[in-house]
Design a protein around this ligand. Structure first.
Ligand code: MN
Length: 194
């Protein structure tokens, strides 16, 4: 695998004012890249170094899993954000899915925020597709739906490092902003199709 994290799909100040460039500087440069540095060190000279990141996530455990899954989860998280994003999804397959499986945007938004708020400690809130049905789940620490049956469509990082510089302890405000100002619905639509 390529032991470089992908470039961010936007400039570090592109999500201002709802996610500051300072947050991006620490979260992307230090946390996300830091997981990759540790993964690279752990796999140096090992046969698993030739696997894809997704295969490593699916087949590893312990420290290798934690770092590989965090690299995967963060790349997925960044792709799910965009400047001026969020709010109800535009008319199309994603809007239809959210209407069918949650009863609409307001109910989806409430459930997604709830999933992030009830994850004790560090983890992730996810929109996943399983057996053709959309649902919202949360995972602790580095855990990821990639190891289960659900296909990830969108995620919010609810580790404190994701929001503390901008919102301090207010995880709820961060999740509201994520829903209302940041979701990249085109990314969700591409995952739904893919
Ligand atoms: Mn993070």
């Amino acid at each position: 695998m390529n032991f470089e994290v992908p470039a961010l799909p936007y400039a570090k100040d592109a999500l201002e004012p709802v996610m500051s460039s300072k947050t991006l500087e620490f979260h992307y440069e230090k946390h996300h890249k830091g997981y990759m540095v540790k993964l690279k060190a752990a796999l140096e000279g090992k046969p698993d170094a030739d696997k894809t990141l997704e295969d490593i996530v699916k087949s590893s455990s312990g420290g290798v899993f934690n770092n590989a899954a965090q690299v995967y989860n963060h790349t997925f998280f960044w792709e799910g954000l965009k400047p001026g994003g969020g709010g109800a999804p535009p008319a199309g397959d994603v809007a239809d899915l959210i209407q069918r499986d949650f009863g609409g945007w307001d109910a989806f938004r409430t459930q997604f925020i709830q999933a992030g708020m009830t994850r004790f400690g560090s983890g992730w809130a996810w929109l996943v597709l399983e057996g053709g049905k959309a649902s919202i789940v949360s995972t602790p620490n580095a855990e990821t739906p990639l190891t289960g049956a659900g296909k990830p469509l969108l995620t919010a990082d609810v580790w404190e490092h994701a929001y503390y510089l901008d919102y301090q302890n207010k995880r709820d405000t961060f999740l509201e902003v994520f829903c209302d100002k940041l979701i990249n619905w085109e990314f969700v639509a591409a995952n739904l199709k893919g």
